[in-house]
Design a binder for this molecule. Sequence first.
Ligand code: NAD
Length: 360
Amino acid sequence: MTEVVRVGVVGTGWWATQFHLPALQENPSVAVAALADPDEHRLAAAADRFGVRSRFLDAGDLFASGQVDAVVVATPHATHYELAKGALACDLHVLCEKPFVLVSDQARELSAMARARGLHLLIGHTYRFTRHARQARAMVRDGRLGDLLFVSVLFASMVEAYYRGRPEEYSEVFGFPVTGPGRRTYSDPSLSGGGQAQTQVTHAIDMVLWVTGRRPTEVHAYMDNRDLAVDLVDAVAYRLDNGAVGTMGSTGSLRPGQSQQQELRYYGTEGFLLQELIHGQLSFHGNDGTVEVVDPLSDDEVYPAGATSACLVDLIMGSTENLADAESAVATVEFLEAAYASARSGRPASIGSHAAAEHR
Ligand SMILES: NC(=O)c1ccc[n+]([C@@H]2O[C@H](COP(=O)([O-])OP(=O)(O)OC[C@H]3O[C@@H](n4cnc5c(N)ncnc54)[C@H](O)[C@@H]3O)[C@@H](O)[C@H]2O)c1
């Protein structure tokens, strides 16, 4: 069994420097062996802060270096596909940040590639690693809800300044110990693939699909960019493969100091389940009058930012299951891809049955 996993971090921006690198450095099973970023200033700032000697301007050189067993890809959304593919091609295990990729064919390709090569490919769907996510999933899968009928989500968060290319507006909220996000990372559609849906709805719909174990079959979306180049508000109606229907409402317009709202409600023939992600609430309400309120999550449990990289390392050490596997994350990419297509066309978008069947 591997004793120490040599991890490289690709993209030394906000998320990598505030969360992944500290978590990796605290992990006794990890050696942070190399960093890559084409921005020499960001690369140097991160490498100096975390004491990493091996630095690459080109991620491909890191992949081919033989210095790492695995990589964390924490770069702008549109770069995920090529980087994850390049790493897998060099037989490296990969944690790829969310959104996995922007095109569902690419998601299926990477998932198949990892499987064929016997590599772990994990997606940065952090919320799956909470106690409540696992409990909600078990309740739905154990049949407590009966047949799933309807899912409703409201996801309101504070992201607008990122979509405006003004990340400094959140510096007091996040602290940005090394660097904040690049101005274009979330505001330029050629890098982000979109706004609120790619950046935030991805969390919410991934939770719905993971908890229910269902796949989307049809999506009808309205999106509004306001004066931005990317969507700020999204309203999506959809159908799942068991016939259940759902709604997803999301806005990135909250201001610093306002309480976020991340409410997921699952209704079945036997009762309903209420899950609040950011405030850590979960309860089941049976049609027979049963009410089960699950212990709330502590502040530390609500968003376990280090859990994804820890899972990657544990997988390589052979001691855990992949809670955020690429195969199940394909459905989330399908949903987002169809939502943008529907918003563009003004019509519902179907999700190919061949894709759903292949990954069941
Ligand atoms: N799981 C979560 O909750 C969560 C939270 C925040 C961000 N993220 C994700 O993390 C990723 C990075 O976001 P961020 O806020 O840190 O952005 P950022 O702009 O701060 O950092 C991105 C970095 O990637 C670098 N980069 C660009 N192209 C590259 C390439 N080809 N090879 C190597 N590096 C490259 C940029 O120079 C930059 O330093 C995004 O996918 C984002 O959605 C996930």
